[in-house]
Design a binder for this molecule. Structure first.
Ligand SMILES: Cc1cc2nc3c(=O)[nH]c(=O)nc-3n(C[C@H](O)[C@H](O)[C@H](O)COP(=O)(O)O)c2cc1C
Length: 212
């Protein structure tokens, strides 16, 4: 049975379009998977700590099994987020585009879950860095909304979309390569423009339920 982790990244609550669309999927998914485990992780309205010097020292400590206790404490929240990610097989991220990328809370979450020895490995091959993903068997669905228009595949502004590429790249780096993006655009255009785009996104999401 599938287990889903829902990561919400908008700083907005009830007014958030990305959150609302993602919850349309969640409701349908729960109906299709009665009793399945669902966990929500808030990264848009709760503070996810940014990487600091202590985190870097602890995360890249050369003998991870012999990390001093204070360093273990510095990684405790990151450990929790990694365990949470690894214990679900479906990852749903809802996020707005913020300044051509993702909101800082979502970036902070990524920085917490991309962890040496837990979600990826690093070795040297003749002095050249090699990276190995450690996460297996997961699928991700990204639900994203944007104020502008044309950031999707083939769109005029696609090259400026550093949100989808960041998420696909970072998730792929740790081994989550099965990633589907559903977007709704034009929230800052005429109301009708966004309504049409959001309605299309909703239909796509409902059609995707059986694949997750
Ligand atoms: C700080 C900030 C930065 C934004 N940057 C962009 C942007 O670069 N491109 C874009 O199309 N829309 C941008 N927007 C608009 C949001 O992506 C859009 O309103 C989105 O639907 C908000 O999602 P939400 O309702 O889930 O919060 C920005 C909005 C905010 C608040």
């Amino acid at each position: 049975m599938s287990e889903i982790l829902v990561v919400h990244a908008s700083p907005r609550g009830e007014r958030s379009h990305s959150r609302r669309l993602a919850e349309v999927f969640v409701t349908a998914w729960q109906a299709a998977n009665p009793g399945a485990r669902l966990t929500r992780r808030e990264v848009g309205r709760a503070l996810i700590p940014p990487v600091n010097e202590a985190f870097v020292a602890a995360a890249f400590y050369p003998e991870p099994d012999a990390r001093p206790l204070p360093m273990q404490a510095d990684l405790a929240f990151s450990d929790e987020l990694v365990r949470e990610l690894l214990s679900h097989d479906v990852l749903l991220i809802s996020t707005p585009m913020h300044n051509f990328s993702v909101p800082s809370g979502l970036k902070a979450w990524i920085d917490q879950i991309v962890r040496l020895g837990l979600t990826f490995n690093h070795t040297l091959d003749n002095g050249v860095a090699q990276y190995e993903p450690l996460v297996r068997g997961k699928k991700a669905l990204i639900v994203t909304t944007r104020g502008g228009f044309g950031f999707g595949p083939g769109g005029e502004l696609e090259a400026l979309n550093h949100a989808d590429t960041l998420l696909r790249t970072a998730l792929g780096f740790i081994g989550i390569t099965d990633v589907t993006v559903v977007d709704a655009e034009g929230e800052e255009s005429a109301e009708r423009t966004f309504q049409i785009s959001a309605a299309e996104a909703e239909q796509r999401l409902l059609a995707l339920v059986r694949e997750f």
